[in-house]
Design a protein around this ligand. Structure first.
Ligand SMILES: Cc1cc2nc3c(=O)[nH]c(=O)nc-3n(C[C@H](O)[C@H](O)[C@H](O)COP(=O)(O)OP(=O)(O)OC[C@H]3O[C@@H](n4cnc5c(N)ncnc54)[C@H](O)[C@@H]3O)c2cc1C
Length: 331
């Protein structure tokens, strides 16, 4: 983003890939030297410039140890990943609000659209999803507030931050698509805010690490520190006995997490299962019986994920490879 006042960047030096900070303004008040080669023509997010840049005679201040750039820059990513999880929950809420407004005020076949049975089904389903994704983001935000003071919350946040970025950012385009359809043709017209929400919705899942990168990080965190896996499972202990469907799901979660430590193929279903369990727990703590009931009936169940990449242990990599090979062959 060339308009920023400072930039973190990686560069290869003798000791390996290293992290640097570039200030836009030099200590004397003049501008730091760098060259914007071109602005990128993006599919969305157009009011926020992105560019290719070249450094030459640029002042760069080393951040962290030489050769440890990747680790250093990732250590700054925790807050921005949380930001994307919260931001995508906000975007989904905006899409839902716009859909509710249109379907409540527009009448079709003698009724407001929102009162037509199928539309009521769509709106309620979206509302449950938006509430669940919001609660997931806020639970991770709460853990982030305690990073310095509480080891359990730190371990929980270490796993659930990439979980929440993966889950919420991947769900946003699906919600935006449904909300756009609720508007009919006008949803696709630029005068309506829905078109912009739709274009914006996939971006948070791409920058600062795609879904696969997040799920890889979830697995890495649990592999490196058993406290991370334990912190996730400990999160649900106070809820035991409140809802049998939730208890059954929690009971299977530990096994899936253990299998994931051995098999990267399962990183996505495991990340989705963590997301769904945290959402279920937060709904039990904060929501109404009706919302909880719909969530437990429709969202919990290993092997029936909402995401792509949800194929579980009963499928496995060899079967997936054969299916991909078949898809590759022109028929
Ligand atoms: C608007 C915008 C702004 C951006 N700003 C920045 C920025 O400021 N700084 C910055 O560094 N980057 C930025 N990015 C880049 C973005 O973070 C990268 O696109 C992203 O990290 C993926 O890297 P890549 O494009 O090289 O994809 P590729 O490496 O080609 O990856 C393609 C896909 O394969 C997946 N993949 C790769 N390896 C594996 C694996 N081993 N297992 C499974 N899947 C794998 C990736 O997750 C991805 O989904 C920005 C992108 C956009 C769109």
């Amino acid at each position: 983003m060339p308009q920023s006042d400072g930039f973190f960047t990686l560069a290869k030096v003798n000791g390996g890939v290293t992290c640097f900070f570039l200030p836009r303004t030099l200590p004397g008040g003049s501008y730091n030297r760098f060259f914007v080669q071109r602005l990128k023509d993006k599919a969305g997010n157009q009011s926020n410039a992105s560019s290719e840049i070249e450094y030459s005679g640029t002042l760069a201040i080393r951040v962290g140890a030489e050769g440890k750039g990747l680790r250093e820059i990732l250590s700054h990513a925790h807050l921005t990943r949380l930001d994307f999880a919260v931001g995508s929950a906000g975007l989904m809420r905006q899409a839902l609000t716009l859909a509710l407004q249109h379907t409540t005020t527009r009448r079709g076949f003698g009724l407001p659209l929102a009162e037509q049975p199928m539309m009521a089904n769509v709106l309620a389903d979206m509302a449950v999803e938006v509430e669940a994704t919001t609660l997931l983001a806020l639970r991770v935000a709460k853990a982030t507030d305690h990073l310095e003071t509480n080891a359990q919350e730190r371990a929980f946040a270490r796993v659930t931050t990439p979980v929440a970025k993966f889950f919420n950012c991947s769900r946003a385009p699906a919600i935006a698509n449904e909300a756009l359809q609720c508007h009919g043709g006008n949803g696709f017209i630029e005068e309506n805010p829905m078109a912009r929400v739709f274009r914006e919705s996939p971006l948070n899942s791409v920058w600062e690490g795609t879904a696969n990168m997040m799920c890889m990080d979830v697995r890495r965190a649990m592999q490196r520190d058993a406290a991370c896996r334990d912190a996730v499972l400990a999160e649900f202990s106070d809820l035991r006995g409140q809802d049998a469907r939730f208890d059954a799901f929690v009971q299977q979660l530990g096994g899936l997490l253990d299998a994931t430590l051995q098999d990267e193929f399962l990183a996505r279903p495991a990340s989705e299962a963590i997301a769904r369990t945290v959402q279920g727990a937060e709904l039990l703590r904060h929501s109404t019986p009706e919302v909880i009931d719909v969530f437990m009936k429709t969202r919990l169940g290993l092997g029936a994920g909402a995401m792509f990449g949800a194929l579980g242990p009963s499928v496995g990599k060899a079967q997936a490879d054969r299916i991909v090979d078949r898809a590759r062959i022109a028929r």
